[in-house]
Design a protein around this ligand. Structure first.
Ligand code: ADP
Ligand code: ZN
Length: 812
């Protein structure tokens, strides 16, 4: 019988430790279960990761497990195995890694309580000593309460009472105990569903705005009553809609399919194109043989990728296996979710950030007990507790959102590949512009490559034109937001009753306010960036886009008092104002983080798709998801900023974004035109965009990467240090870089840097970094070097924060 549990504590420590399993916990102490152990004199939560017969240290020194918190292990063996890989690859402590894999609702210690210490075991000071006399009234009150009830739940202790209890604890008069709360049975949620025959929001009169808003929200898909409350829909409004027979309320633990979403069509009657059929055959064969099969699906927007996802998921379900569908952002993929919802009904679980902790917990439980067998969600859905995994879809696989930028800095795509490898599952990675790393692997034959070169139904690709900003700017002697050429195209679209979309990846009115005397923009005091002006000059606010610090916009420079402050550049707000003044009769809508709200802007996108606005201006948020049948003109206000970011992926990101924006145009029968404004009209990356030639771009950029020594040819990791003190940060970076240079030389790992980060100061901390570069693209040398660093590297001072980012995505 295994007498010892190996435990990973949820603290930043890398080793794991043995604890003796007391008889009372023998049935509960299983790998994957959470537990409470004593560590460094404190009670901490941990995960049991294995059971062993012999302890690896002197038996007498091994402590006992205090408590097991899960009646059934909360992580299955495949997820435990994935945790091991994540922890080793990203150099993140195992206990913390395991914690990251759980939804917040499952992370908390279930219940801790306090009990009186019985006199015979008490080590407390004997009564009648001066100490005993010093029990204050509050402490006495607590003791009396414990004596009366037997226990005092810790959850109810706050402030003074908590401090009084700490004192009692210190004096040994009470002790902590851990109760395993019986896992709450998932209480069903109430969902609002649109009924057949409900009016469209537009049909309702002007004085029924709340009802219209409700119908609009529910029209996008089923909403839980909690979600609706968060959107300020009162229960009264809800009641009225139900009384009129427009809505019904159902109770289910997972989102039901809505009547309206059936409109998206399940795809039953479509005959797959030869490319789709080829891809589905690969999936089918792999599912049949239970082989790990990574497939890269390169297909322009509208080429039928989603249709493949849906059919592959159904095939997986038919074989009794489950599927995970990863998307970069839930709110921007309503149509995909609608299609899945219509087809799968309650077998589908949707995980998104709008869910409350309780709702998330319910979805997690539904997946765990098999009620839901398919999950759509953002990166953490890769850890969904499904069993018999058969398929993981990674939609828009190039998206930077799959990388987590704090704590466990994992890439969900890589996690998906590792999990699928363990499960003998298929990974379908789809994109119009695959990440170059993926593309190179596909070319090497490590992934299957399936290409869908044409739009289904023969919709023509849009015509893309580069518009040189320079001639017009030198004639006008100022920056130009909308060139004559773009302006004429918008005129034409509006005359024909079509729509235009303008993309500008900067929110706010002006990205900087400049003082001509100081020759400096007004900067955020905590970050080394210019503050963005929002609203208007007269009644606006300055906002830091990195730390969210904000202040009223000053009428004069706070440093020198110059009143001649100048707004530099334009953000989406300024563009919106300009569009409204140029086309006063057109309806202009805007979408960026400032207006998106809790639903991530799906209302604005939905309204635009229904034709409720003529021109939409927006940031990155407008480039994804939605299908706009009447959109024929797309304008990119400037392609240049993105090209010049200090990052080896700048060209790739620019290409991806521009292709994605361009893909918005002319998806239905009307042809689309795309205008890309730039001051570099001969830039090879932009030329590749115009030719819509991914292959050409990939070859160009891969050659560049190879000669510069970047991924996918070399593997890199970024080491970042920060401190409130600039020279302290700099010194720490130098010391560390020297250590890595010495230790890395035998492994041929190079150190590039150290240097101040491009964003040198962020939230009041100065940041320095350096890049570790392996001799090739094998993971071994970096893993070995970093593991050695974690064990034996120089220790950092208290004020230094250090982070290691393997396969970094963000180099700022
Ligand atoms: P993507 O995900 O690549 O943008 P979709 O799967 O959304 O492409 O397909 C674009 C459009 O073409 C959708 O309206 C879809 O219903 C339709 N479609 C996809 N596959 C087929 C097919 N084999 N036959 C007919 N129509 C199809
Ligand atoms: Zn700031």
């Amino acid at each position: 019988m295994p007498g010892y549990a190996r435990v990973a504590v949820t603290l930043p420590v890398c080793s794991t430790f043995h604890y003796k399993i007391p008889r009372r916990l023998a049935a509960l102490a299983l790998p994957g279960a959470r537990c409470i152990v004593e560590f460094g004199g404190r009670a901490v939560a941990g995960f049991i990761i294995a059971l062993d017969k012999v302890a690896d240290v002197d038996e007498a020194r091994v402590k006992e497990l205090r408590e097991v918190l899960d009646p059934v292990p909360c992580l299955a063996p495949d997820l435990l195995e994935l945790a091991h890989w994540l922890s080793t690859y990203y150099h993140n402590p195992l206990g913390e890694t395991l914690l990251t894999m759980l939804p917040p609702s499952e992370r908390a210690v279930k219940s801790v309580a306090y009990e009186a210490v019985s006199p015979e075991t008490s080590t407390a000071t004997p009564p009648a000593t001066p100490a005993q006399k010093k029990i204050d009234p509050l402490q006495a009150e607590l003791l009396a309460e414990i004596a009366q009830k037997g226990q005092l739940p810790a959850a109810r202790l706050k402030g003074k009472r908590a401090r009084a209890l700490e004192a009692l604890l210190k004096r040994g008069l009470v002790k902590r105990i851990w109760n395993v709360a019986p896992r709450a049975k998932p209480r069903p949620l109430r969902w609002a569903l649109l009924k057949e025959g409900a009016p469209s929001p537009a049909e309702l009169g002007g004085n029924a705005t709340k009802l219209a808003e409700l119908l609009k929200l529910v029209g996008e898909g089923p909403k839980s009553v909690t979600e609706l409350r968060a959107e300020a829909i009162s229960s009264d409004t809800l009641k009225r809609a139900v009384e009129r027979g427009w809505l019904e309320l159902t109770e289910e633990t997972v989102a039901p399919a809505s009547v309206k979403s059936l409109g998206f069509g399940g795809g039953e009657d479509l005959t797959p194109t030869p490319e789709q059929a080829h891809c589905l055959k690969l999936v089918e064969d792999a599912l049949e043989s239970e082989n790990f099969e990574p497939i890269l699906l390169r297909g322009v927007t509208g080429s039928g990728k989603s249709e493949i996802y849906l059919r592959a998921v159904c095939d997986t379900l038919d074989r009794g296996r489950s599927a995970i569908v990863l998307v970069p952002e839930i709110s921007l993929t309503p149509q995909l979710i609608g299609r899945f919802g219509a087809k799968l009904g309650t077998k589908l679980s949707v995980l998104h950030s709008g869910l409350s902790q309780r709702e998330r917990g319910l979805q997690w439980a539904a997946l765990k007990n098999g009620d839901a067998r398919v999950v759509i969600g953002t990166r953490s859905a890769v850890f969904a507790p499904v069993s018999e995994l058969g398929l993981i879809v990674v939609d828009e696989e190039h998206d930077g959102g799959y990388k987590q930028e704090e704590g466990l800095r994992y890439n969900a795509k890589h996690a998906a590949l590792m999990r699928a490898r363990g499960a003998g599952a298929v990974v379908l990675m789809g994109s119009a512009t695959p990440e170059l790393e993926s593309y190179a692997l596909a070319k090497e034959g490590r992934y299957r490559l399936v290409e869908l070169p044409k739009r289904v139904g023969g919709a023509l690709p849009p015509e893309i034109r580069l518009v040189d900003l320079r001639p017009e700017e030198s004639r006008m002697r100022r920056d130009v937001l909308i060139t004559t050429e773009l302006s004429r195209a918008i005129d034409g679209a509006l005359e024909r009753g079509e729509q235009a979309l303008l993309f500008l990846n900067r929110r706010g009115l002006s990205p900087a306010v400049y003082c001509p005397t100081c020759r400096e923009p007004l900067r955020c005091p905590s970050c080394s960036v210019a503050m963005t002006l929002h609203g208007s000059r007269a009644r606006g606010r300055l906002l830091c886009h990195y730390c969210a610090r904000s202040s009223a916009a000053p009428s004069s420079c706070p440093v020198c008092g110059d009143e001649g402050l100048v707004e530099l550049g334009a953000g989406t707000q300024k563009l919106e104002v300009e569009l409204k003044s140029r086309w006063p009769k057109a309806k202009v809508a805007r979408l960026d983080r400032d207006v998106a709200g809790a639903t991530g802007g799906s209302e604005v996108l939905g309204a635009f798709a229904r034709g409720e606005a003529d021109i939409l201006v927006g940031t990155q948020m407008v480039t994804k998801g939605h299908h706009f049948p009447r959109l024929t003109v797309v304008g990119v206000v400037s392609a240049d900023d993105a090209l010049h970011m200090p990052d080896f992926r700048a060209a790739e990101r620019t290409f991806q974004t521009l292709v994605q924006v361009a893909g918005r145009a002319g998806r239905a029968e009307r042809p689309g035109k795309v205008f890309i404004q730039t001051r570099n009209p001969h830039h090879p990356v932009l030329e590749a965009v115009v030719e819509a030639d991914y292959e050409k771009f990939a070859q160009l950029e891969l050659t560049e990467r190879e000669s510069a020594g970047y991924p996918p040819y070399r593997r890199v990791a970024l080491v970042r240090v920060s401190s409130e003190n600039r020279s302290e940060s700099q010194r720490a970076a130098q010391t560390l870089a020297r250590w890595f240079m010495d230790m890395g030389s035998t492994l041929s790992v190079e150190v590039l840097g150290p240097a101040p980060a491009p964003l040198e100061k962020l939230r009041g901390r100065y940041r320095h970094h350096f890049l570790l570069r392996a001799p090739g693209n094998a993971p071994g040398p970096l893993r070995q070097l970093l593991a050695h660093f974690i064990e034996n590297g120089p220790k950092q001072g208290r004020n230094i924060k250090l982070s290691i980012d393997v396969d970094p995505v963000n180099l700022l």
